[in-house]
Design a protein around this ligand. Sequence first.
Ligand SMILES: Cc1ncc(COP(=O)(O)O)c(C=O)c1O
Length: 375
Amino acid sequence: MNLFDVYPLYDVTPVKGSDVWVYDKNETQYLDLYGGHAVISIGHSHPEYVTKVSTQLQHLGFYSNAVQNPLQQTLAKKLGELSNCNNYQLFLCNSGAEANENALKLASFKTGKSRVIAFKNGFHGRTSAAVAATDNQAIIAPINKQQEVTLINLNDQQTLEKELAKGDVCAVIIEFIQGVGGLDEASTDFYQSLYTLCKKYQTLLIADEVQSGFGRTGDFFAFQKYGITPDIISVAKGMGNGFPVGGILIHPDIIPKYGMLGTTFGGNHLACSATLAVLEVMQKEQLMDNAKKISSYFMEKVSEIPQVKKIKGRGLMLGLEFDFEVAELRKKMIYEKHIFTGGSSNKKLIRILPPLTVQKKHIDQFIQALKDLLK
Ligand SMILES: Cc1ncc(COP(=O)(O)O)c(C=O)c1O
């Protein structure tokens, strides 16, 4: 059987990982400044992560959500403490798209409404409601077009209020820092008005923290910089350090009902132990502080490179914008310098999404490689 060929692949075959490094089948070492697409949070094969997940596997890998699973409570408590979202409720699923799908569905249940407002250049995943809220026509199939979604520009407060005032909007979904779109952010004023307007028009605010969450920006969640409390927060990616797990944090005003949401695999024993290991390591190794520290160092070093026209993002969710398309540069980074970076829908932007354990010496290696390739 052939694979369904939907991914344009680089010719690299990683077989092993350790902290910020991955190794291919020829033992060539690569510096991972892409984190497998913002997924590797505590470093590849962190020893405490490996021990916790493998110990759990030796005891019980999976049982369904029909029976007690105390690991879910332990996880909810720990996540509440570390994220400072103690009063929220946790629903666990398996991916970022699924988290957003559940978030949108819950907003519709809660408000009895169905239209969604999302933002141009945003990305929320590929399931039905999530993909309809994603601004990329190429990935929206005719079957997804049944969803009612209005896409507006970041910072366009006037259109936002005009649309909300129609009274039929169940949710506004937003990435506080756009990931795939290329690291754009709205103004503080816009984010705060968004929060106030959602309250005014009984619309739920969904913070898509799938990429920016779990400490990547140096805060646990990107929205926390603005002092607001979204109704639903979606998480995935860094949450499991590579184990497929996602979830939504749900404001206490939203009351659960049996059957409202559900999943076979979500919140299974292995997913919970992977996520618990991530949280424990993040706390022990103070990885959010490290994200802030290395981010400042990165910005300082990159500002010395004149070809970089703009540095975007926060913490270890960063973008470097050039005045030329970066595909060739990224290829050379991999094949000549053995450094993984990320692309985005902005063809002139390189994304930097390393494990939160990255150190100054790794940044130096990247800066030197960039200088060499730009000569
Ligand atoms: C902000 C954001 N939301 C949702 C998703 C979808 O996540 P997944 O690929 O796990 O379904 C992504 C993935 O890149 C993302 O960046």
